[in-house]
Design a protein around this ligand. Structure first.
Ligand SMILES: *[C@@H]1O[C@H](CO)[C@@H](O)[C@H](O)[C@H]1NC(C)=O
Ligand SMILES: *[C@@H]1O[C@H](CO)[C@@H](O)[C@H](O)[C@H]1NC(C)=O
Ligand SMILES: *[C@@H]1O[C@H](CO)[C@@H](O)[C@H](O)[C@H]1NC(C)=O
Length: 463
């Protein structure tokens, strides 16, 4: 399908929608095609909810947001670490969705017509879908590729691709390989390239480091007590209220509605929206307060399993951390010695579980207090919100600039928005000197050895 055709189809499904911040607070009456709770879907959220201007124009970029310190700054390298696009639920989640579907079909409450709509809703998710990329996921990556070519025109450029200076590395999971191919297709379609094959490398050691880090696997992944705060919250008063409200809406006994069923219903709303762009009747089971509680429960899980909750979570990404910085070093060295940078662009496609530990290792989205089962109320304005950080097609970009002489700068962006390196904010802008960034991460650069930190029964003393 051509870009233009797809776009027109896409907009046909969200007719009459004009972007404004009111979309979020609006009741379903005002923007019937976007669930009122769409900004709380955590890792099941749509990228467009993070950058709402994309709802009007999926290829829009805001180049002025990059704001290099002087107009003579030139882009010399881009590393893009990208999560795969929108996908089907995994087999495990499909099972839970089937469970909640059965409970709802059994419910007798019939006062509301939307309840009948849920009962009539046909369960179409099957276990064999097992997390594969959907059509919307293909477009997530195709469109991201085009936007990056607009944001970084001298790097994500046809002659760089033809010259083999854009490199692709992906996790072996089908959804990631497909995302990589979709990103490449976005570029080759945009430049009408038909006479060349673009290669990609599969590298799970880099993109699925979490599977290879023994200490992480033993102490967190397979250790139920590592998630004790998340579990406590699921049994706590805020969640109990969400379960009771849902039971009331369905007119079923309270003890029938477990946390897992609530989560499955929430995910059904999220998947129907992300995959088909429909505001399904499942969304009516939650109001905004409920959705905020659900989001916090999901954030808690990510916090303790992939982020600041345990030190090994972020340390497991040491291998990717060093890979990124050695590539940046190489680009700077080549550039400073007057050569053309070998890898103008590196695109690395992985998972939410790839991005979150790395962002954590670098200190992004760190609140002054950890997220716990007891501080839902005081964490309302937390920066650790997975809905904003890691929706489908989430991306972490590192852009090297030459601003004249040996003035080399590094700009980090998350989901195409510039952010500041923690501890380097006194620079007044988000583009510090590369040397200052390296000084900031000196300890990690000198330590953070994957083999050492992932070894079980050994506490590394450095990095
Ligand atoms: C683009 O970025 C500039 C600078 O950060 C900002 O002031 C402006 O609001 C942005 N525009 C949009 C449409 O987001
Ligand atoms: C559906 O209702 C029947 C009859 O009340 C009951 O036996 C069965 O356990 C219910 N099933 C579910 C999934 O709630
Ligand atoms: C990628 O996913 C899309 C959408 O599910 C599918 O149509 C396509 O065949 C997949 N591509 C590959 C190479 O598997």
């Amino acid at each position: 399908m051509t870009n233009a055709l797809w776009k027109s189809l896409y907009f046909a499904t969200i007719t009459g929608l004009s972007w404004c911040s009111c979309c979020y607070d609006a009741g379903p009456g005002q923007n019937p095609n976007i669930p009122a709770i769409a900004q709380y879907f955590s890792t099941k959220g749509r990228y467009e909810e993070v950058n709402p201007y994309l709802i009007n124009d999926i290829l829009a970029v805001n180049s002025s947001a990059l704001q290099p310190p002087s107009p003579q700054c030139r882009q010399i390298h881009l590393t893009a670490i990208i999560r795969h696009g929108t996908r089907y639920p995994t087999a495990k989640n499909v099972k839970k969705m089937q469970d909640v579907h059965r409970v709802v079909q059994n419910s007798t409450g019939g006062r509301d017509s939307w309840l009948r709509e849920i009962r009539d809703w046909r369960m179409w998710y099957t276990e064999d879908m097992d997390g594969r990329l959907v059509r919307k996921g293909v477009d997530d990556l195709r469109h991201l590729a085009v936007r990056l070519s607009k944001l970084f025109p001298s790097l994500v450029a046809e002659e760089k691709l033809r010259g083999g200076r854009i490199k692709f590395i992906t996790s072996s999971k089908h959804r990631c390989v497909n995302s990589t191919l979709s990103f490449i297709a976005g570029l080759t379609e945009a430049w009408a390239i038909r006479d060349m094959e673009v290669e990609h490398a599969v590298n799970d050691a880099l993109m699925r480091f979490f599977d290879k880090c023994t200490k992480f696997l033993e102490e967190v992944d397979k250790n139920p007590s590592a998630l004790i705060e998340a579990d406590k919250f699921k049994r706590g008063p805020e969640m109990k209220r969400v379960q009771e409200k849902l039971a009331d809406r369905l007119d079923v006994p309270y003890d029938l509605i477990t946390y897992d069923l609530v989560e499955a219903a929430f995910y059904l709303c999220a998947y129907e929206f992300a995959i088909k762009t429909v505001n399904s009747p499942w969304c009516r089971l939650f109001d905004q307060k409920d959705a905020q509680v659900m989001e916090f429960a999901l954030d808690l899980k990510q916090f303790w399993k992939r982020a600041y909750g345990h030190d090994i979570n972020s340390k497991s990404s040491c291998i990717l951390f060093h890979d990124v910085f050695s590539r940046l070093d190489k680009a700077v060295t080549e550039h400073n010695s007057g050569r053309e940078v070998t890898e103008a662009v590196t695109v690395q496609v992985g998972h939410a579980e790839t991005l979150l530990p790395l962002l954590t290792l670098l200190g992004f989205f760190k609140d002054s207090r950890p997220l716990t089962s007891a501080n839902y109320a005081t964490q309302t304005h937390r920066s650790f919100r997975t809905s904003r950080m890691i929706p489908y097609a989430a991306n972490f970009l590192l852009v090297l600039y030459d601003c004249g002489g040996e003035d080399i700068r590094l700009q980090p962006l998350v989901n195409e928005q510039p952010i500041a390196f923690p501890g380097l904010t006194d620079q007044g802008e988000s583009m510090p000197l590369y040397e200052d960034v390296k000084r900031q991460y000196q300890e990690l650069l000198q330590g953070c050895d994957f083999e050492t930190v992932c070894e079980l029964f050994k506490t590394p003393t450095e990095g």
